[in-house]
Ligand binder design. Structure first.
Ligand code: M6R
Length: 606
């Protein structure tokens, strides 16, 4: 989704803006632009495509020079990616950048056309820029307040008024925006990554608050111009976390970070060998009493929920329903007081997951969010939040966020099972101990990269691929399949292995490689029978299993074997080879691994 940065201070603004936009590239974008105050005028430069195009254009046109400005990476919603549709939008008096969607932009546009305004772009954003110009009466706060009254939808805006060359303005509703607080310089940004190299202090802007940034300070006010006291927050991500650190891609770096981020996520939640979630406000008593559990999320986060369902139901014997958030919000779900609704989200800003959260709250359920980004909307609005500590996940393809989401699912499952008397304290401690060992076991799995690279070389020419598994392996294979298709653009499907012969096996030929996940001992024989079925039809099969799995030599074409742990914990290990296979396949195909086409990291529109 779109990214916003803004700067006021002594540095050369265009450099700070472009550098900041590079930190936001991971969000996904198709064009970029900046506006800078230069000698009292607003100078705009924008270009379709990557930031390199913008830099080339500025090298030709002359880079705007000044100390106050706004920048934007656009992920097209209204109108194709083009120079004209790129942000900033506005005119000589006002310039804005926008993240979000203006629902009533057509009515506003008609109104403004009737007032004599002309429009260049197809965007919803340009209508807001012109609306601000229309309302402008010399008082920016009043003008922004009037605009907020008129505009419906989601937004984060960075705003410049020509008459105020020593000020930047920002406001948001639903789309994220933070205000970075430096020494004689201040920033706005869609998240903290662009500001980390200058400052770690920031404000979270609440919906409806207007920030006024000057070089030497920031004031946050209501639309009525009443000053609001804000809490200064400190980012706990360091600068290196948002850099590649010698890896070819962020995705590879993030795959390799998994042992350490899992440790950081689970360590504070274990006390005396037992899961301890009370610091988040989740007591044993509460966990004992929930009647049903719903897990609602999108994409990879939803897949983490599927693994959660299997383990919570298996260990705690409580019904768990997993929903895709975009379905949940419109299916009139049967939820009520006494239910626990768990929202899982890396970004904490996913529009459908947020809508599901609001619905669950309306219906009286307790809401628990498992979120990576501190202070994000879903984190703040859920009754209870458990933060994962993955650090910034820059690659669009989620890897480390998935693993830390899983690790929280395990702690929850163990604690609910214990709270409900389904496992003894000793068993709970034993399971927790095994979870603590996961980072070490994972380090052993990470060395399998050459093996996975070799398997990727066998998949790279396939048009389509099948992942199969049973039980937990099936839940896990869904994530493997998503990972492969989103970054390598090879079509793939994940299928319950036992369901193949009810239709899908007709697709299997020697052109259709199959990856079978077979880590569950009690289902091994069954899955291997399914592997034999597809192999008999010509498929080249890769089997991912435990080191001690007894599998005949000729059953699989390729084997990836994993350290032996209890079945229930195997998804934590088996995720890695699937991430590697997706990664190396995409690399071999020459794909843009970290920023796959059409995708955005944080999906803040429906
Ligand atoms: O930020 P979220 O976890 O809410 O995002 C949900 C999905 O958009 C996300 O997991 C997506 O499926 C991944 N980028 C896939 O790798």
């Amino acid at each position: 989704m779109c990214g916003i940065v803004g700067y006021i201070g002594d540095r050369e603004c265009a450099d700070v803006l472009v550098d900041g936009l590079r930190k936001l590239e991971y969000r996904g974008y198709d064009s970029a632009g900046i506006a800078v105050f230069q000698n009292g005028k607003i100078v705009v430069e924008k270009s379709k495509g990557k930031l390199d195009n913008l830099e080339e254009k500025m090298a030709k046109d002359g880079k705007p020079s000044g100390h106050c400005g706004i920048g934007h990476t656009r992920w097209a919603t209204h109108g194709e990616p083009s120079d004209i549709n790129s942000h900033p939008h506005g005119n000589k008096r006002v310039s804005i950048v926008h993240n979000g969607i203006i629902e009533n932009y057509k009515q506003i546009k008609e109104f403004l056309i009737a007032q004599g305004y002309g429009f260049e772009s197809e965007t919803d954003t340009e209508t807001v820029a012109k609306l601000l110009d229309y309302y402008y009466d010399g008082n920016p706060i009043e003008t922004i307040g009037k605009m907020m009254d008129k505009v419906r939808g989601s937004y984060a805006f960075g705003i410049m008024f020509r008459d105020f060359p020593d000020s930047l303005f920002a406001v948001r509703k639903e789309s994220p925006l933070i205000v970075g607080l430096g020494e004689n310089e201040n920033f706005i940004a869609s998240d903290v990554t662009p500001i980390l190299k200058y400052t770690k202090n920031y404000y979270l802007l609440e919906p409806g608050e207007i920030a006024v940034l000057k070089r030497d300070g920031v004031k946050v006010v209501t639309p009525e111009n009443e000053e609001i006291e804000k809490e200064v927050l400190t980012a706990d991500w360091d600068v290196d976390a948002a850099e590649k650190g010698g890896y070819a891609h962020f995705m590879l770096k993030e795959i390799n970070e998994q042992p350490s981020v899992i440790k950081t996520t689970i360590s504070p939640r274990i006390q005396d060998g037992m899961p301890y979630l009370e610091e988040s406000g989740l007591t044993i008593e509460m966990l004992k009493n929930y009647r049903r559990i719903f897990i609602v999320a999108c994409g990879t986060a939803m897949h983490a929920g599927l693994v959660g369902k299997y383990i919570i139901e298996k260990l705690a014997r409580i019904e768990v329903t997993v929903d895709i958030a975009s379905e949940f919000r419109y299916r009139d779900p049967l939820i009520e007081e006494g239910d626990l609704v768990i929202l899982v989200s890396q970004s904490g800003e996913t529009a459908d997951t947020y809508a599901a959260l609001k619905l669950a709250k309306e219906r009286g359920a307790t809401t628990l969010s498992i979120v990576n980004v501190k202070g994000s909307t879903i984190a703040r609005e859920a009754d209870i939040v458990i933060y994962t500590h993955a650090g910034p996940e820059i690659s669009v393809a989620s890897t480390k966020a998935y693993s830390v989401q899983l690790s929280i699912m395990y702690l929850l499952a163990f604690e609910i099972a214990y709270a409900k008397g389904k496992i003894t304290k000793e068993r709970c401690m034993e399971l927790t101990k095994q979870l603590v060992e996961i980072p070490d076991r994972l380090s052993e799995v990470l060395v399998l990269k050459e093996r996975c690279q070799f398997i990727a070389s066998r998949l790279v020419n396939a048009d389509s691929l099948l992942y199969i598994g049973r039980g937990l392996d099936y839940a896990l294979s869904m994530e493997g399949s998503l990972k492969l298709k989103e970054i390598s653009y090879i079509h793939s499907e994940s299928y319950a292995a036992g369901e193949l012969k009810h239709g899908t096996i007709s697709l299997v030929t020697d052109d259709m490689p199959v990856i079978a996940v077979a880590t569950q001992s009690d289902l091994l024989e069954k899955t291997i029978s399914n592997v034999k079925e597809v192999k008999a039809r010509g498929a080249k099969v890769t089997v991912i299993c435990k080191e001690d799995a007894e599998i005949g030599k000729d059953v699989a074409n390729h084997l990836i074997t994993l350290p032996v742990m209890e079945d229930v914990l195997m998804p934590m290990l088996a995720a890695v080879p699937m991430q590697y296979i997706a990664y190396y396949t995409a690399v071999l195909k020459g794909c843009d691994v970290d920023q796959p086409r059409n995708l955005a990291k944080s999906v803040t529109v429906e």
